[in-house]
Design a binder for this molecule. Structure first.
Ligand code: NDP
Length: 368
């Protein structure tokens, strides 16, 4: 088995909403996708099935008039992908070689060789690492502590209550602003006296009467009871050292996300945080035949439904590519599997040997 090479046309890495939606589409297109996922590992924080596996009620995934539990939703995704013939493999990919097609993915066992690669490895929310933050039953995670206001803000536990948001970036401003729809008051606790957020997001937050800032302050502990959830946070002023137990009904940690892209560093174009750059209207990366979907390429929306949407796009992009049709690249050019480039203005085709030919359709007989 060790020296075996598994050959595929489509390999998907990641089994959250993006990866599994890509699998459903690729499998239905008879592309026999192989979906690879990392084994569950508490230390490395890998969660097969993605972030929904650590969520309780999902109320905003369309198609479920009543809430559905995150793990149950992912089980449905998985069974749907299986039904059309997706093959699953749980293993660590230790290294990739994307220098030419077929791309090579190395594991401790077989090598996987694929004509197209769909990366859906997601992103992980960063946590403070303080007492009380861990998931229930070890802390209040899921019982008043969250890293997603859109997911959890509308829950009854936060209605007309005081809420703490931790962080000073765009996410913190966005989450705080969103939470003012439900909360009595939102306190943004930031470790410095200046925000990292963009000016427009800062201005919106500063002008919102329901948002108050607590500067130069660290959240050091989250407390409460199992029945009532979060009831207080311990705050420490980083300049004066002063400590206080601050009453609140919820804590939204918004200190950034880490996209799971270490494996692809040096191969794929990424932004400064590590999100993979994709084309404007497709999921293509800078390497023809490599596509990225879901949170691994999205610092802005980060929803299950947007991840699923881009998962669908990536399967269709891979399908087009394997059908030798042009796919739009981040540069605005389109490329085909043979290495032909259609210029961004669509006026010319550059062949792999460097010839330029016009891209105008030839007129049909009888046309002017
Ligand atoms: P950022 O990295 O921009 O900000 C993280 C914030 O959390 C910083 O203020 C940082 O403090 C603070 N922080 C980090 N670690 C800790 C810690 N251990 N304890 C306390 N505070 C901590 O992350 P964001 O998620 O806000 O944004 C990521 C990217 O996504 C950005 O490029 C952003 O512009 C983009 N984005 C865009 C949105 C939009 O356009 N609608 C919405 C959301 C995000 P410090 O400032 O001191 O470093």
């Amino acid at each position: 088995m060790d020296n075996e090479t598994i050959k595929r046309d489509v390999v998907i890495i990641g089994s959250g909403p993006a990866g599994l939606t890509a699998a459903i589409y690729a499998a239905r297109a008879s592309l026999r996708p192989l979906l690879i996922d990392a084994p569950a590992d508490a230390e490395k924080q890998t969660t097969p099935g993605g972030q929904l596996m650590i969520t309780t009620d999902v109320e905003n995934y369309p198609g479920f008039a009543n809430a559905i539990e995150g793990p149950e939703l992912m089980e449905q995704f998985r069974r749907q992908a299986e039904r059309f013939g997706t093959e699953f493999m749980e293993t660590w990919i230790t290294e990739v070689d994307l220098s030419e097609r077929p791309f090579q993915l190395y594991t401790k066992g077989p090598t996987i060789s694929t004509e197209t690669l769909i990366i859906a490895t997601g992103a992980s929310a960063k946590w403070l690492g303080i007492p009380g933050e861990a998931k229930v039953p070890n802390g209040f995670g899921g019982n008043g502590v969250s890293a997603c206001a859109t997911c959890d803000g509308p829950l009854p536990a936060f209605r007309n209550k005081d809420i703490v948001v931790v962080g000073g970036g765009d996410t913190a401003m966005e989450e705080a602003t969103f939470l003012t729809r439900y909360a009595a008051k939102v306190y943004v606790v930031h470790r410095r006296d200046k925000l990292r957020a963009s000016k427009i997001m800062q201005d919106k937050a500063f002008h919102n009467p329901k948002i108050e800032f607590i500067w130069n302050t660290a959240v050091e502990e989250i407390g409460g009871t199992a029945d009532d959830g979060v009831q207080w946070v311990k705050l420490r002023n980083r300049q004066t050292g002063e400590e206080q137990n601050f009453p609140c009904a919820g804590v939204f940690v918004a200190i950034g996300h880490k996209p799971n892209t270490d494996l692809f560093k040096g191969w794929l174009d990424m932004d400064e945080i590590g999100y993979i750059k994709t084309a404007h209207r497709s999921t293509a990366t800078n390497i023809p035949g490599v596509f990225a979907c879901g949170d691994v390429q999205d610092a802005v929306y980060r929803q299950a439904v947007t991840a699923a949407g881009t998962g669908c796009m990536s399967a269709i992009d891979a399908e087009r590519f394997l059908d030798h049709l042009p796919v739009e690249m981040p540069s605005g050019e389109e490329v085909t599997m043979e290495g032909e480039h259609v210029t961004a203005d669509h006026q010319a085709i550059i062949t792999p040997d460097g010839h330029m030919i016009p891209n105008q359709a030839e007129l049909a007989v009888g046309e002017e």
